[in-house]
Design a protein around this ligand. Structure first.
Ligand code: ATP
Ligand code: MG
Length: 249
C-alpha cells in the first residue's frame, strides 16, 4: 500500500467519508503499517464511519491554548511543545490506526500563531505515521489549508455525474493555488461499470485513478451505524479500492 498523505476531497455527499473509511479498512490489512485518520470535516462523519472517537478535537485544544495564554503569557516555544503533546494525547486508537478530529471552529478573531502551531503540529504528527488519510470538508473552500499544506495524493472523489466531476475540477484548481500535492486524481464512486467511469473521465482533464461500484454493504453498515472497519474483506467497493490503491506507489 502507498505511504504518505492522502486527502479525500469532493462535492458534498459523493462518498468522501466512505472512501476515507475504506482506505482505513485497507490499512488494517497492512500489519506493518501505522495509519492516522484525520476527520477534517467539522460535521464529523468519519468518527461514525470508523466507530472511533478522539479524546478531544483540535478545536477543543485550540480553545484550551487560547484560554491558557489569556490567563498568563506563555513562551511560544512552550506553547508549541504543549500543543504537540496535547495533540498526540487526543488521538483515538484502534490497532494500527489512530484517529484525529479537527472539530468545529466557533471562535471569531485571528489567533494566527496558535493556528500556525496547530497546523505544524498536525503536519509533524502525520510524519510519524506511514499513511495519513484526511477526510476533507465538502467543496472547494477548505482544501485542507488549515490542516496540512502538502499531500502526496489529492484524491478527488465524484459520483457518476458531470456535476460531481466539475466540482472535482474546481477543487484541483483551488489546490493548485492553496497547497502542494504530489498527484491529483479522480475516483468515481458508485459507478455502474468501468465504461461509465471512463465516459465521465473522457470529459475532464483530470486523471482517472479508478472507480468503485455501488456497494449495498456500505449502505447497510451506515444505516446501522456500524464501523466500516468491520467490512468483510471481499465486499465489492473494498475489493475495487484495494485494486486501485495497489497500483499506487
Ligand atoms: N460505493 C457506495 N455504495 C453504496 N453506498 C455508498 C457508497 N459510497 C457512499 N455511499 C453512501 O452514500 C452516502 C454518502 O456517503 P458519504 O457520507 O461517504 O459522503 P460524503 O462525501 O462524505 O458526504 P458529506 O459531503 O456529507 O461529508 C452514505 O449514506 C453512504 O452510505
Ligand atoms: Mg463526509
Amino acid at each position: 500500500m502507498m505511504r504518505g498523505v492522502i486527502a479525500v476531497c469532493g462535492k458534498g455527499g459523493v462518498g468522501k467519508t466512505s472512501v476515507s473509511a475504506l482506505l482505513c479498512r485497507l490499512l488494517r490489512e497492512e500489519g506493518d503499517m501505522k495509519g492516522l485518520a484525520v476527520d477534517a470535516d467539522p460535521s464529523g462523519g468519519l468518527a461514525l464511519s470508523l466507530g472511533m472517537e478522539p479524546r478531544w478535537t483540535v478545536n477543543d485544544l485550540r480553545k484550551e491554548v487560547i484560554a491558557a495564554a489569556r490567563e498568563r503569557p506563555t513562551d511560544s516555544r512552550d506553547m508549541a511543545a504543549s500543543i504537540d503533546y496535547r495533540l498526540m494525547e487526543s488521538l483515538g486508537e484502534r490497532g494500527n490506526l489512530a484517529f484525529l478530529a479537527v472539530g468545529r471552529p466557533e471562535e471569531e478573531g485571528c489567533y494566527c500563531q496558535v493556528n500556525t502551531f496547530l497546523r505544524e503540529a498536525i503536519e509533524a504528527l502525520a510524519g510519524h505515521f506511514d499513511l495519513t488519510v484526511i477526510d476533507a470538508e465538502a467543496g472547494v473552500e477548505q482544501v485542507n489549508r488549515r490542516v496540512i499544506r502538502r499531500v502526496d495524493l489529492l484524491l478527488l472523489v465524484s459520483d457518476p455525474t458531470a456535476k460531481g466531476v466539475r466540482v472535482a475540477e474546481s477543487i484541483r484548481k483551488v489546490a493548485d493555488e492553496a497547497m502542494r500535492y504530489g498527484r491529483a486524481a479522480l475516483l468515481i464512486n458508485r459507478a455502474r461499470s468501468r465504461e461509465e467511469a471512463e465516459l465521465l473521465a473522457g470529459g475532464t482533464p483530470l486523471d482517472l485513478l479508478g472507480w468503485l461500484p455501488e456497494d449495498p454493504a456500505i449502505r447497510d453498515y451506515d444505516a446501522e451505524g456500524r464501523s466500516l472497519l468491520e467490512l468483510p474483506e471481499s465486499t465489492p467497493a473494498l475489493r475495487s479500492l484495494r485494486e486501485v490503491i495497489s497500483g499506487l506507489r
